[in-house]
Structure formats: C-alpha cells, structure tokens
Design a protein around this ligand. Structure first.
Ligand code: PLP
Length: 406
C-alpha cells in the first residue's frame, strides 16, 4: 500500500508552493500520503486507501478523528459566531471554556490564558512565571520539547532545532538531565519547566518521586513549577493529568493538543495568586493575540472535553494501554535483537529499538496501512493512538509491526 497517484501528484504540487523545509517529500514518492478524511482511528488518503492511525495526529485526536460531537459543536458554532474579540468583547463560549478548564484541572489551577498552539501556552507560562517571581531564569531538561516559537525554543532541548537560530534565542534557560534529582536551583531561576513524561524526547517516564522533588525544590527556592502537559494531558497517560500519578499539583500548567478535539487551542493555567501577578487589565492586555479565545475553537474544546468525560478517558487509556503494552512486551521477547524495551503509561507508549531505525519502520508500516511516528533520537517508535482505539485495532497494528520486524 504505497502512496497512490493522487498523493504523488499532490506532493509534486506542494513541492512547488510550500516552503521547502516543512513537509518531507521523498523523491521516489514513497512518503507521505495526503489525508482526505479521518474518523475514529481510521485515516483515508486522497487515493481512497485506509490507514490505522497510531499517532492521533501528534496526540491530538484523543476522542477520535472527526468526533461526531466535536464536529456537531463546530458546525453549530459556525452558524452563530466564528470569530470574536477575545480580550475586548469576548464570546460566551470563551467564558464557558475558562470555567470548564478550572473545573477539570488539578488543585485550584485556573485563570486561563488561552492560546492557539502548545508553544503559545509555554510562552504564556514562561511570562507568567517571570511576572510572579521577578526572576527570568528557567531550568528545563535534556530531551525536553516545548515548541518552536523563539521563547519556547529557549527551553526545548534539541540542538538541530536551535542552532539555525543562534543569536535569536534568549539565554535565560539552563538544561539539567531529565530524571536526575536536583539539590538546588541556580541563581536567578524563577521557574522549573518540565514534561511529566517526555513525548517527542522518546516517551521517557521519570523515576518515581522526581516530580515531587522538583515541586519541593521550587517551594524551597521561591520558584514555580511549570508542568507541560500538552501531550500527556486529558487522560492520555491513564490519569486526567500525568502529574496526578505522582500526586503533584504544579503552580502553572500548560495544556493543548487534545483540548480542541482537532481545532487549534491551548491554555496556560496557574494557581490564583500566581496568575494574579499579571494585575488587572486597564485596557491593554500584556499578553494576547488576535485569535485568543476564538469562539469556534472554544466550542470545539468544550465538546472535546465533554467527550473525554463521557468516555472516561483516563480509564480507557489505562485499559487499552495495558492491552497494548502486553502485546508489545510479547513482541519484544520475540525480537530481542531489535527491541530493547517497552515503555510509557496509558496510551502514551513506545518501543526502544536497539538502533535508530524507527524512521525506516515508519515508512514500512505506512506501506502496510499503519501510521506511526519516530521519537527520541530515531531509536523510539511511538504509539499515541486515539483513546478510542479498539483491541482489534491494537492487535492488527502489532501484527503489522511483527511483519515488518521479521
Ligand atoms: C510536550 C509538548 N509541549 C509543547 C509542544 C508544542 O506544541 P505545538 O506544536 O502545538 O506548538 C509539544 C508538541 O509536540 C509537546 O509535545
């Protein structure tokens, strides 16, 4: 099942009209496919070929692609109000979403600062921490991924993303080894920013007690703990938020991805006293954007959150994740020279390969009708499917994986 004539023709057109570094277009046409439709876990390409999506399209489609409740909410909102004046004359749905975000996130987190992308939420969190603590420094971690906006890039780890922009990235962040217990924070550090489980870094689960130790260190040092749960949030790891597994409530929380059910929306939430440090608006918001609280995105998010609740998302992730991990562990015992380990939590899983051939597996699996992504340094094959994936679909995926490993 290689990309058909329509996907190949679309690739040729895209090559002419899109900035060249964005989409990888294989010269021989073997990658990518062009999506036409997607429902649940099934994606159909421009040539009518069906694929099983084990990525939820970057962890977004937790409630399934084109979820009917989300699609209906978008359609209904589109008839009434598509765009508003987010920080001047807000929409009713923005109010409803801000309230819902406070209700569903841990502790007394709230005071939503809405954004469009995950990177936006991270930037809002960095600014919030600075405003509250008065200190610009941030401790981030090796392997961390927080987005590619210039502020977020300062805390993202990977050199290949950062080096082309040397001189444009402000040097306010210091990276410490992910998972290593710290005894003190460097001078001038007002925030520790961390993923509860690293996603793009390679599905890395930190040691038990580590997040708790960071929280205690922040408390001791007058710093705030910012948790980036953009990937791990909304049930994916088997709890509403991965930090709940450790019993940790951050001072600032970043959410995105699955929040909008497929529309772009993110949020930074904080402890009331932390968010209050911004002060009350006297007419000009210090941090906003044209599309802040976009009504269509807010309506989609409310529907997506409603679906996550109806589906009891954390339980679903735990149950299907346990089934998936068992099959992956069996595969590991069959292919010990190719699979070094299986890791993750809930439906945020990965297999660690014995060398960096995840990219090759991605292409081979695509040709067998399964969409996956590599992670880490190309040595991790990542599985973050829609939470509604069935046991049959998991079994089918693992069977295909076995065939490409054989
Ligand atoms: C943990 C984490 N934070 C932030 C981001 C950035 O989100 P976005 O690509 O929407 O800017 C990502 C994206 O993969 C992510 O995984």
């Amino acid at each position: 099942m290689t990309p058909g004539p329509k996907s190949r023709a679309l690739a040729a057109t895209l090559r002419q009209f899109e900035s060249p570094n964005v989409t990888f277009l294989a010269d021989d046409g073997s990658f990518p496919i062009f999506w036409e439709e997607a429902h649940g876990c099934t994606v159909t390409d421009a040539d009518g070929q069906a694929y099983l999506d084990l990525t939820a399209a970057f962890g977004v489609a937790s409630v399934g692609h084109t979820n009917p409740a989300v699609a209906a909410a978008i359609a209904a909102q589109a008839q009434k109000l598509i765009h508003g004046m987010g920080d001047v004359h807000p929409s009713r749905v923005k109010v409803a979403l801000a309230q819902k975000l406070s209700a569903l996130t841990p502790g007394d987190l709230g005071g939503a600062l809405l954004g469009t992308s995950g990177g936006d939420a991270v930037e809002a969190a960095l600014k919030t921490a600075r405003v509250f603590t008065g200190k610009p420094g941030v401790v981030a971690f090796t392997g961390g991924y927080h987005g590619l906006n210039l502020g977020a890039l300062a805390v993202t780890w990977r050199a290949d993303f950062r080096e082309p922009f040397a001189g444009q990235i402000a040097p306010f962040a210091v990276h410490k080894p992910y998972g290593e217990f710290l005894t003190e924070l460097p001078d001038g550090v007002g925030a520790v920013l961390v993923e509860a489980i690293q996603g793009r870094g390679g599905i890395v689960v930190p040691p038990p007690g580590w997040l708790e130790s960071l929280k205690a260190l922040c408390e001791k040092s007058g710093a705030v703990l910012i948790l980036d749960e953009i990937f791990t949030g909304w049930g994916r790891t088997g709890d509403w938020f991965a930090c709940e597994h450790e019993g940790v409530v951050p001072d600032i929380l970043c959410v995105g991805k699955a929040l909008g059910g497929g529309l772009p929306i993110s949020a930074c939430l904080a402890r009331p006293d932390v968010m209050a440090a911004w002060g009350v608006s006297t007419g000009e918001a210090l941090h906003t954007s044209t599309f802040l609280g976009n009504p269509l995105c807010c309506a989609a998010a409310l529907a997506s959150l409603g679906e996550l609740e109806r589906l009891a998302a954390p339980g679903l992730a735990r149950e299907r994740g346990a089934f998936f991990i068992e099959q992956l562990e069996r595969l590991q015992s069959q292919f010990p020279t190719k699979i070094r380990g299986v890791r993750g939590r809930g439906l945020m899983l990965g297999i660690q390969l014995t060398s960096a051939f995840a990219g090759e597996l991605m292409v081979q699996l695509l040709h067998r009708g399964v969409i996956v992504l590599p992670a880490g340094d190309g040595d991790i094959l990542e599985f973050t499917p829609p939470l509604v994936i069935s046991e049959e679909e998991i079994t089918h995926a693992v069977t295909q994986l076995k065939l490409v490993l054989s």
